[in-house]
Write a protein that binds this ligand. Structure first.
Ligand code: SDX
Length: 431
């Protein structure tokens, strides 16, 4: 990665600094500014980290211009079509596609760790019934630090592996129980004879009063949604997990921090916000009014499900998700769903509008995922918990990559200070 022949020269004031340039496997070169403050006495300034590489990673690569997303080199459209979520988990965690025996062992491990410590049932009961499932997930995952002490030592490889399996295996149960709790239905326990996605759908929609048969088309669509959300470079929630992990916090606390960050409507909360926006628009004739608001600089309203910090062409996940949306809606006989009609007309109107094409604002992964989840019967409040469930493997893979990096340092950014200079205290009688 280091290429001694490539240097950047930075000249300012009476200083001239030579900074090393690293050449990645894919993507733009990186200027190493680690010595900048020590040698030059200055900071760089990059709020929002639009031009900053916070780490080196081998897990996921995005080419925003080409609309390309690679997981350990494999393109997301091939993985979505030919693989399945637990195999993609293995790939993200260990760096290669597993043999049949390796995959079977991994899937058995996950299957046999889907139950929660029974005492956690009482933890759920401490919430109000109208608690947002993301509030419950943030709390329950953080509380796993208090239930699974034997897998909190980040310096122990076996403990890291146990924590990894526990988190991937238990997230569907945690999310499904958050949903059941919010609708006042009894918890449904996981079953070892069901695959990962089918187990989740059954824990969400089965009731003790009758048998529940999982529709294979819906479980395939669910598994595809999990796969499409698995990892995405150093997005806000993954960066949160890395920063929390850099202090040596235990994995459950770090993943809970990632869940909390994902909740925001500019990030993982966008799928819920997108569906709520489509419902607020209501009918295609109101689309021009909302497009105008999205373009109005004085209006904070933005089109939820549109735009992306990195993708300035199209989000390859949205392309796959759109295909799934058509399959699921046709199966459920809701292809005439008024919300979907608004979504399709909104997408066409926005893509035809120069404001969006000039600013490279295209539908992102959240634009279609919400439509599929709504068609499956999930309330909008469950959209982000499903995103969090899916992204857990990405957070853990990035956490493990950082924790096992011998050069890891605690993250501690600096600032551009714009406050008062030194001044003396003024007694209250003199103010
Ligand atoms: C996810 O990082 C990841 O990888 C995230 C994610 C993942 O898998 O982890 O992909 C998941 O978070 C997808 C994004 C979901 N969020 C939304 O759909 C919310 C709506 N989108 C916007 O909030 C916005 O597009 C962001 C936050 C996604 C990206 O914002 P940026 O890159 O910081 O862009 P910006 O705010 O600087 O906007 C650039 C311009 C601005 O106009 P100008 O100031 O240049 O005149 O585009 C405008 C913005 O006003 N703009 C929009 C818009 N998004 C940006 N205008 C209307 N509607 C929008 N959605």
């Amino acid at each position: 990665m280091t290429d001694d022949s490539k240097k950047a020269t930075l000249t300012f004031g009476d200083k001239e600094l030579e900074l090393p340039i690293f050449t990645p496997t894919e993507g733009p070169d990186v200027i190493d500014i680690r010595a900048l403050y020590a040698k030059g006495g200055v900071f760089t300034y990059d709020p929002g980290f639009t031009s900053t590489a916070s780490c080196d990673s081998s897990i996921t690569y995005i080419d925003g211009g080409k609309g390309e997303l690679l997981h350990r080199g494999y393109p997301i459209d091939q993985l979505a079509e030919k693989s399945h979520y637990l195999e993609v988990c293995y790939l993200l965690l260990y760096g290669y596609l597993p043999s049949a025996a390796q995959l079977e062992e991994f899937e058995n491990l996950v299957t046999n760790h889907t139950m929660l410590h029974e005492q956690m049932v009482y933890f759920y009961r401490g919430f109000r019934r109208d608690a947002h499932p993301m509030a419950i997930m943030t709390g329950v995952v953080g509380a796993m630090s208090a239930f699974y002490h034997d897998s909190t030592d980040i310096h122990d490889a076996h403990a890291r592996e146990v924590a990894t399996i526990r988190l991937i295996a238990k997230m569907p149960t945690i999310a499904a129980w958050a949903y059941k709790f919010s609708i006042g239905q009894p918890f449904v326990y996981p079953r070892n004879d069901l695959d990962y996605a089918s187990n989740f759908l059954r824990m969400c929609f089965a009731v003790p009063a009758e048998e529940y048969e999982v529709n294979p088309i819906l479980s395939r669509a669910m598994d595809r949604i999990f796969t499409l959300h698995a990892d995405h470079e150093q997005n806000a929630s993954t960066s949160t997990v890395r920063l929390a992990s850099s202090s040596g916090a235990n994995p459950f606390a770090c993943i809970a921090a990632g869940i909390a960050c994902l909740w925001g409507p500019a990030h993982g909360g966008a799928n819920q916000a997108c569906l709520e926006m489509l419902k607020e628009i209501g009918t295609p004739d109101r689309i021009p009014e909302f497009i105008a608001r999205a373009k109005d600089k004085n209006d904070p309203f933005r089109l939820m499900g549109f735009g992306h910090r990195v993708y300035k062409n199209f989000d390859p996940r949205a392309t796959v998700m759109k295909q799934s949306a058509d399959e699921v809606l046709e199966l459920l006989g809701v292809e005439n769903n008024p919300v979907l009609q608004v979504a399709k007309d909104l997408e066409a109107a926005a893509l035809a509008d120069p404001y969006f094409s000039e600013k490279k604002l295209f539908p992102n992964v959240d634009f279609y995922s919400g439509i599929i989840l709504e068609a499956m019967g999930f309330p909008t409040s469950m959209f982000t918990p499903i995103f969090a469930l899916s992204r857990t493997v990405g957070w853990i893979s990035q956490w493990k990559e950082m924790i096992t990096d011998p050069t890891m340092k605690i993250g501690r950014p600096r600032q551009l200070y714009a406050g008062e200079s030194l001044r003396d205290y003024v007694n209250i009688e003199d103010r």
